[in-house]
Write a protein that binds this ligand. Structure first.
Ligand SMILES: Cc1ncc(COP(=O)(O)O)c(C=O)c1O
Length: 460
């Protein structure tokens, strides 16, 4: 018997609740020895990312999808980290690249990724941006508003396919600044109030074929329930629209969002559980409708965040009342997340020789903490703001000037969000290759680069 599905009454159901396995700690860490050697060679702050860990996570997403659906695509959301070499690693490991601007597309092209392996997002794309993407031949453009359909209609026919970005109206239960799938979001067409259907018909009028649908409900999701609800809603909508308007859809993308382990106490779902819970909701809907679209996922954070660390050197150590401020040689400009939305990180004090490390497999390392009395400190940045990086972190002892702090889980939304605030140069990035060697993939910015755009008009 066919089950009747509708867009209402689904929110809050979870077919897998209570059966999820939790993952162990596979965050990348540097040994103290490597950290001190790298900091001497490349300076601090220093971003380090782990090639093996990134490839492994892409393989896990692909493997989990392959087990459940014949046609799938894992795209790396390049906003998480658009260092050109990282995009090459991701693409070589089997990911296509999700770009959200011309700049991110340029980064992918410079990594040697064919445009046909990239798709373009953006809630306010310019006509020039669209023209460039279409000329290059990106695989898909995710359309965000009706005006974009009209803009695309003015551009020459091309091989690019068009997808509607929709807001499925689910609550992702994450920080407001990274919530994007709720009904009143600025992104996409509302699914429930008919805006998405209107866009489908508008595109038809403008002779633009819509091949599928896309949503991204939010980021750092520690509970994938919103994501699985959204996936099912997307499947239902495709089935309904296909019957109602005779459209044959070929694409369904559920975006990114899976959370990662920032603090020791964080327990994100495993990639396999996450993919399974989404597919277990959308697959029956598609099977029932006799549809077999390509299923896309575009994770960013869960591919690269845990594969990255940042090294800072301790400068001033200042007791102020009950507090001890530990000022480091970075801050707001190289990691704006703590100031933007109170993001928290695991901080480790590194000292040569007092740490014992053991490699546990790709990218994973267990370690023995230095034995000391323990100290609670506030790690502050060097910027002219109260740019507290990491409040009330527990270290083995109060650090001394010149020692290194290693911050875990900084592979995503750190270097890609870096700025020159206070005219600090943006840091270098080093890649730990799969063979264990370290390679510089982005050198520190020079002052000449920083000032290359400045113009003093004649007569000023
Ligand atoms: C459209 C879209 N796709 C994918 C992502 C990646 O999300 P995450 O890094 O949480 O996996 C984002 C993040 O903002 C996004 O907006």
């Amino acid at each position: 018997m066919q089950r009747k599905r509708s867009l209402t009454g689904l929110i809050g159901t979870s077919s897998l609740a209570g059966t999820l396995r939790r993952v162990s700690d596979s965050r990348f860490r540097l040994t103290a020895e490597d950290a001190y050697a790298l900091s001497t060679e490349f300076g601090t702050p220093l971003y380090v990312i782990d090639e093996g860990g990134l490839c492994e996570r892409i393989r896990r997403y692909r493997g989990a999808l392959a087990a459940l659906w014949p046609r799938y695509e894992v795209s790396f959301a390049s906003k998480a980290n658009s260092t050109v070499a990282a995009l090459k690693v991701a693409h070589d490991a089997g990911a296509t690249i999700d770009v959200a601007s011309r700049g991110e597309l340029e980064a992918a092209l410079r990594a040697g990724v064919p445009a046909s392996h990239c798709h373009l997002h953006g809630n306010n794309k310019s006509l020039d941006e669209l023209r460039f993407a279409l000329e290059q031949g990106v695989s898909h453009v995710m359309i965000d508003h009706l005006g974009e359909i009209d803009m695309i209609a003015t551009l020459p026919q091309c091989a690019t396919k068009f997808v509607l970005r929709v807001a499925p109206g689910v609550d992702p239960k994450t920080h407001a600044k990274i919530s994007t799938g709720q009904a009143d979001t600025k992104f996409g067409f509302n699914l429930a109030n008919g805006a998405a259907e209107e866009a489908l018909l508008h595109a038809r009028k403008r002779e633009i074929e819509i091949v599928g649908i896309h949503c991204h409900v939010g980021s750092q999701l520690m509970d994938g329930e919103a994501q699985e609800n959204a996936a099912e809603l997307l499947g239902i909508w495709l089935a309904e629209m296909s019957t109602k308007h005779g459209v044959s859809f070929d694409y369904l993308n559920v975006g990114g969002g899976l959370g990662v382990k920032y603090l020791d106490s964080d327990e994100p779902e495993s990639i396999e559980d996450y993919v399974y819970r989404i597919m277990s909701r959308v697959r029956p809907v598609l099977e029932e409708a006799g549809m077999e679209p390509l299923i896309g996922m575009e994770p960013g954070r869960s591919l690269i965040a845990e594969c990255g660390v940042t090294l800072y050197r301790v400068g001033v150590v200042k007791p102020v009342g009950e507090k001890t401020y530990v000022a480091v040689d970075g801050g707001l400009a190289d990691n704006p997340r703590p100031v933007m939305y109170g993001a928290q990180y695991q901080v480790e004090l590194l000292r040569d020789s007092k740490w014992e490390y053991q490699t546990d497999g790709p990218g994973a390392m267990s370690f023995t903490r230095e034995v000391g009395e323990g100290a609670i400190v506030t790690v502050a940045g060097r910027h002219c703001e109260t740019d507290t990086l990491f409040p009330d972190v527990e270290l083995s002892r109060i650090p001394e000037p010149g020692e290194l702090l290693q911050i875990l889980t900084t592979g995503a939304y750190n270097s890609s969000m870096a700025s020159n605030y206070n005219r600090y140069q943006r840091p270098a990035t080093v890649l730990r290759r799969s063979n264990g060697e370290f390679a510089l993939i982005q050198r520190p910015e020079t002052y000449d680069e920083m000032f290359a755009r400045e113009i003093i008009p004649e007569g000023l």
